[in-house]
Structure formats: C-alpha cells, structure tokens
Design a protein around this ligand. Structure first.
Ligand code: G6P
Length: 609
C-alpha cells in the first residue's frame, strides 16, 4: 500500500530516493517524506500530496546532501493524512528515523509503556511508536535495537531505520509486508517493490518474515529478529525499465489495456501444444497426480483477482469437472472453512502480497490443503508460500485499476483448467480445439482495441450519469462485476455488476429514463435469456449498451449502442468482452477529469486487512 525506498552508497541519496518514490507512487499517494543524514545530522522533509509536492519542498529547502537516506510514500491507515503523520517518523532520544509499511497491532499498549517512560509523541501513528521503542532500546547498536524492538511488537511491517549516531548504517526488516534489498556496486537500494530498484541493480534479495538486514557501504548481514544469522538468497530481478515506463501513453492504465495482446501471448508462450492437445505447466507438473485426484477446489482472492477467480470457478467445473467454490479471501480466512482430503486451494493475486489472500492461503495450508498460486509478481510472498503455482507473465502492472493482470489471471486459470481437464475427461481433440482458440484470443483483443475511438464516443454519451448497471450471465456474470468495479474505482460513478437475472429481484427499481445499462450480450450459452433481460430494461426506459458478437443484427434492434467483439467460445469470452468495459471505464475517468492511475482512496496492493 505504502512505498519504501532507502539508499546507502557513494552517490547523492536525494535524487535516487525521489526517483524511487515516483516509481512507487502507484502504491500509495496521500503523503510522502524523505530523511537524509548529512554532515549536520538528520534532515527530514515531508508533505501531504504527491511526490511532486515533496520535490518542490526540497527545492525550497535547498535540497539535502548526503549519501544515506530513506523515503516513503504513504496510504494512510493509522492517523489522518497530515504532514505530521507522514513518514519518516523519529524518536525523541537516540536520533532514530524510520519508514514503515504495515500495521503495528499492539501499538497502543507499547505507546502507553513508552509514555510512562517519559517519551513524548508528536503523531497519531503506530510507526512513531516503533521509532520510540527502537530509541528506548538503543544501546549503541542499531541492529540490536531493531531486533529487540521487533521482538516486542505484533502486526505487519516492512521497515527501514537509520540512526544519527551510526551514520553509515541502514537496518531493514520485514514481517508480512514485502521488502527487497537491491545489491549494487558499493551501493544498496532497499525498496518495497523491485520497480524502485531496477534502475540501479538487478541483483536483489527478498527478505523473509522476521528477517533483519544490516546494511553498510561495505556489505550487509542478514539475521532473524533473534539474531540468528541467515544466509541470503540473491536473485536476479527480471524487470526492465521500459516495462515500467509510460512510453507514448498518457496513463499506465491505457498502456496496460493495449498491452494485453502481447501480455497474453507471453502468458501462453510455451505452455500449449496444439498437436498433442496438451497444456504444459512446469510449475504444476510435480503435483499433477494430486490435481487429477482433487475432490474440491477453492479459489480465493480479492478485488479484480476475485472476479478472475469467479471465472476460474466456471472454467474448472465446466472443463475439468471438479466441484469448485470461489470466495473472498477476507471471508474465507475467518469462517472456519471445511478442508477435506483432496481439497486444493488456489490463491489468485496480481501483487502476490494482498494481506487477506495471504492469510487465506495460510489458513488453507494449516488445514492441510494443497496450496497453489496464480500470481503475477515473481518472488512475491504468495508465490513463495504456495506449494506450486503458475505465473501470469503479463509484466509489471502499475495502473491501480487492474486490467492486463485480470486477463492474465483468466488466461492462466483457463490453462490450469485445461491442464486438469485433459488429464481427467477431456479428449485430445477437444483440448486441441480449445488450445487453437486460445491462440486466437490476442488477435481478437487487438480487434476490440481498434474500437477505442468508438468506445470513447459511446462513453461520452453517458458519462454524466451517476448510476450504471452491468449485467451478464454465466461466464460473463463475473465480467459484469469487473466492468462495474473498473468504472467505479477510477471514474467514481456508482455502478453495480450482477447476474442479469438478479436485476428483477430489486435493482430493476433503479432503472429510469436514460439510465445506462451495460449488457455483456455475446452469443454464448444464455444469449436468448440475455435478450429477454435487455427487453426488460428497454421497456423501463433504460439505455442499453451491449457488448455483442460481430454482425449480430438482433442486438442492434434492441440496444441503443452496440460494441462489437469477435466471435469467441463462451468459456473464453470474458478475455474479449472485458476489454470494451476496461476502455469505457478509462474514458469515463478521463472525461470526468480524474487521475486515472492514482484514483482517490485506493492502493494498488492492499497489504493490511
Ligand atoms: C486492490 C487493487 C485491485 C486488486 C486487489 C487485489 O484492491 O486496487 O486492483 O484487484 O487489490 O490485489 P492482488 O494484488 O491480490 O491481485
């Protein structure tokens, strides 16, 4: 949710930290701050708003010179959005400064203890409590003080700490919130996300839970919070700068929508064998037996990933014939779920860091389920903690509104379903046919993208309306949910998505003259039923925008606006029908003048409950 970047090396820290913050800004952006140790001691600047505001402030202050520092971009959890509550936070005795992602759950009790010992607090945040605790326990060695403090707290954290009395040291630690140490040549960049590291180095280690890194210009040491030495595993970051830059696009969201054909080609590359009618998923091979024998599959996720998982539920039942449930991770984790032998849990997540999805995964594993991940971020916590999994390979997604990760998740879940189906009931011919169709999907999406201007014009007609409905059936019921979510999250228009039949049970009361109702009305299994629902909306004055199959004249007769998509099998149709909905949401947000990539109140990755 928040972003952390810290630097120690021979270069000037300020430009490196600011550049890192800009790359991380998509993770949280209500305030930002930086602390740098220069010859005069600790210099701190913080500001409410975007990183650009912090940059202006630093300019006004004449800039900070120093080669060690830490910085943060915040998405408020504890404490309101004010400059005082922005990170870095400091203690009142030992010259400690800290940036923190996550939540210290027992902060109130620790704060009381520290107040009794005479500490004076400036902010309402849990992070300041941690700064004070480290200061309280400081006896001349920052690493030991951090370890001791972390033994006293519960909750989640990724932190980087520095101390005026040890100007050549950074200490970083994590539990439940991602943190990486980028290893350069005589310099180190610590960050919550590889996008802030790759400009400097592609060698990095991902800290594990309860691990602490002490970093100086000469090297680093990793240990646990109990000071047991840990051998670090250095990995190669496979992210190149071009992937995280805007290029000629005005926003990441539109860039990522247009990247979908290439992204999906990447998702499928080397994973499908048309001749043999086989899906090859290296990550699942060693668990093929368990998957073939699986009795139940539970898919769990949040947000857009949940909508992809819902489509996965249809796919797995339809293709692989395995009973399947799909559930919000936040509900699953607390409801005492029944996990029998033969239950497989699949966590679906773009970031691989969503707190609820991770906790659901832990719950499932503790109860004996085989845990699989369908994840985009390589090396993320969910990817590391599942027994096996399949990466999306759609490249980094920066826009807060998820687009290419959604189609990537649906594509991977299709592959997983086919992987199981072929080993269970599906004939080689049927499988080969579906594989052939999958290969056509990127080209079909390209055709939808050609309609961008037309979709913009349709959106313009309705953009002033404040209530929209999105309706679909079967495979496209989750697509309708996703269309509504996209529209509300970036354009702030109220939208609801639901099964088309459910409309009659209440939401139909909302329909008045001119209300936009988007139907996913491609020629799938329930086409006739959808037509009936369209008539019901029309007769109450609603304006129907239909996403329909190319050349469908019947739809033209009943809908005010039609967006045509190429013909596609029902089970693959969400990969194509969702694209016009993504474009509509994008254009609505632009037309309404919103910041598309940084919608209010949202964070790209929700790492707290
Ligand atoms: C946040 C994001 C959504 C995303 C959801 C799940 O709410 O704003 O776009 O779908 O988290 O994230 P994940 O990284 O687990 O897919």
């Amino acid at each position: 949710m928040c972003g952390i970047v810290a630097y120690i090396g021979a270069g000037q820290a300020q430009p490196i930290l600011l550049e890192g913050l800009k790359r991380l800004e998509y993770r949280g952006y209500d305030s930002a701050g930086v602390a740098i140790l220069d010859s005069a001691g600790l210099r701190v600047a913080r500001s409410v708003g975007r990183v650009a505001k912090l940059e202006e402030k630093l300019e006004d202050l004449g800039g900070f010179r120093g080669t060690v520092g830490l910085a943060h971009t915040r998405w408020a959890t504890h404490g309101s959005v004010t400059e005082t509550n922005a990170h870095p936070h400091r203690d009142d005795r030992a010259g400690i400064s800290i940036v923190h992602n996550g939540i210290i759950e027992n902060y109130a009790a620790v704060k009381k203890y520290l107040q009794e010992r005479g500490h004076r607090f400036q902010t309402e945040t849990d992070t300041e409590v941690l700064a004070m605790l480290i200061g309280e326990l400081y006896e001349g060695d920052l690493e030991s003080a951090v370890q001791a403090a972390l033994r006293e707290v519960t909750g989640a954290y990724a932190i980087v700490v520095m101390c005026e009395r040890e100007p050549d040291v950074l200490v970083a630690a994590r539990k439940g919130s991602p943190l990486m140490l980028g290893i350069g040549n005589g310099e180190y960049v610590v960050a919550s996300d590889p996008s802030a590291i790759v400009a400097h180095t592609t060698q990095a280690i991902a800290l594990d839970d309860y691990n602490v890194a002490r970093i100086s210009r000469d090297g680093f040491r990793t240990s646990t919070i109990d000071n047991v030495e840990v051998t670090p595993k250095v990995m190669q970051l496979e992210l190149d700068l071009e992937q995280i830059e805007l290029g000629d696009y005005p926003h990441y969201m539109i860039k990522e929508i247009f990247e979908q054909p290439a992204a999906l080609r990447n998702t499928m590359r080397g994973r499908m064998d048309t001749n043999e009618g086989k899906v090859v998923l290296g990550g699942l091979d060693s668990f093929a037996k368990e998957l073939v024998r699986a009795r139940k599959i539970i898919l769990t996720a949040q947000g857009t990933a949940l909508h992809a998982a819902m489509i996965g539920e249809y796919l797995l039942e339809d293709l692989a014939k395995i009973p399947c449930e799909c559930e919000y991770a936040s509900e699953f984790r607390y409801r005492n779920p029944i996990i029998d032998e033969g239950t497989v849990v699949i966590a679906v997540s773009q970031s691989g860091e969503t707190a609820d999805t991770l906790a659901a995964l832990h719950e499932a594993k503790d109860r004996g389920a085989l845990a699989l991940g369908v994840v985009n971020s390589v090396g993320s916590t969910i990817a590391r903690e599942t027994d096996a999994g399949v990466y999306l390979r759609v490249g980094p997604e920066i826009g807060v509104a998820s687009t290419k990760a959604f189609t990537g998740q649906v594509a991977v879940l299709t592959l997983v379903s086919m992987f199981m189906a072929r080993r269970r009931f599906m004939s080689p011919e049927a499988s080969a046919r579906l594989i052939g169709e999958m290969e056509q999907i990127p080209g079909k999406i390209e055709k939808v993208l050609e309609l961008d201007d037309e979709i913009n014009r349709v959106t313009e007609k309705y953009v002033e309306r404040n209530n929209w409905l999105f309706l679909g059936r079967g495979y496209n019921y989750p697509t309708a949910m996703e269309g509504a979510l996209k529209l509300k999250e970036i354009s702030y228009i109220h939208a609801e998505g639901m099964p088309a039949a459910e409309m009659k049970h209440g939401p139909i009361a909302l329909i008045d003259e001119g209300m936009p109702v988007v139907f996913i009305a491609n020629q799938g299994n329930q086409y006739e039923k959808v037509i009936n629902n369209i008539e019901e909306v029309r007769s109450r004055g609603g304006h129907v925008i239909a996403v329909a199959t190319e050349g469908d004249e019947r739809i033209r007769a009943v809908a005010q606006d039609v967006i045509e998509v190429p013909e596609v099998s029902d089970c693959l149709s969400p990969l194509v029908t969702v694209v016009p909905l993504q474009l509509m949401a994008y254009h609505a947000a632009v037309l309404r003048g919103h910041d598309v990539d940084k919608p209010r109140n949202l964070a790209k990755s929700v790492t707290v409950e």
